[in-house]
Design a protein. Structure first.
Length: 241
């Protein structure tokens, strides 16, 4: 994993995400609702809720929006029923694509995801066709501006906290953890640092470089998938997306 920078891809997608800010908040509200409905409204006792709240804060979701979603989950009766579905497929040059969804209508989501793939140069694969190319990891980013630590000093701190790996660039420290250690590592590091990003994510084992028309086609495909109200996350093994 050393040398792989997720931060560059996050920054590269930022302008596209900013244009869809309202839709992102809507999706996050759904995730918060589901987590609070299942495990209660207290994030200190509900790790799933804590994770999605961290994700919401990373997207600069207003605190009022977060609290409304929690309140809706705790004050309503039976409420909406959502299920998690994962789709796997391919983009240009065989790029692997993993799509996580949260939906109350399986048939609608299956149709929309398949249409997004086929109309934008991709194809839907069988279950298990690309998932093996990704590892579930905890990911934490700490921007280096204002920090006096060098790479060796930060490496000592993150390993002491229980992390697996550190990737360093001029502007950010990127920390990777085993999924089961993510919460403890995050909690330990945020006592000392401001975390720019903290999430459970999917990291590709190897990456594929794309450029020109192939990269543009993949960007269109990912944009169409992310536009769907039921799609919560899209991962690819493209090196520069």
């Amino acid at each position: 994993m050393s040398g792989h920078s997720k931060w560059n891809n996050i920054k590269g997608r930022k302008s596209a995400q900013d244009a869809k800010r309202g839709k992102i908040f809507q999706k996050l509200s759904r995730e918060i609702y589901v987590a609070a409905k299942a495990g209660g409204p207290d994030p200190t006792a509900n790790s799933s809720l804590r994770l999605v709240m961290d994700k919401a804060r990373a997207e600069n979701m207003p605190k009022d929006n977060i609290q409304r979603a929690i309140k809706k989950a705790t004050e309503s009766g039976a409420g909406d029923h959502y299920m998690e579905l994962t789709f796997e497929g391919y983009g240009p040059k065989g790029v692997a694509i993993l799509v996580h969804t949260l939906t109350d209508n399986k048939n609608r989501t299956q149709t929309n995801v398949r249409v997004a793939f086929t109309r934008n140069g991709g194809s839907v694969g069988e279950s298990g066709s690309v998932a093996y190319q990704f590892d579930r990891k905890g990911y934490i980013a700490i921007e280096r501006e204002g920090l006096a630590l060098d790479e060796d000093e930060m490496l000592e701190k993150v390993l002491d906290a229980g992390a697996e790996d550190l990737v360093t660039s001029d502007e950010v420290f990127e920390i990777y953890t085993a999924p089961e250690d993510f919460t403890s590592v995050r909690d330990a590091l945020e006592k000392e640092f401001t975390l720019a990003r903290a999430e459970l994510t999917m990291i590709p084992q190897t990456t594929v470089p794309l450029e020109g028309a192939d990269l543009e086609q993949l960007e269109r495909l990912v944009d169409k998938l992310e536009d769907d109200e039921d799609v919560s996350e899209v991962f690819t093994n493209c090196e520069n997306l």
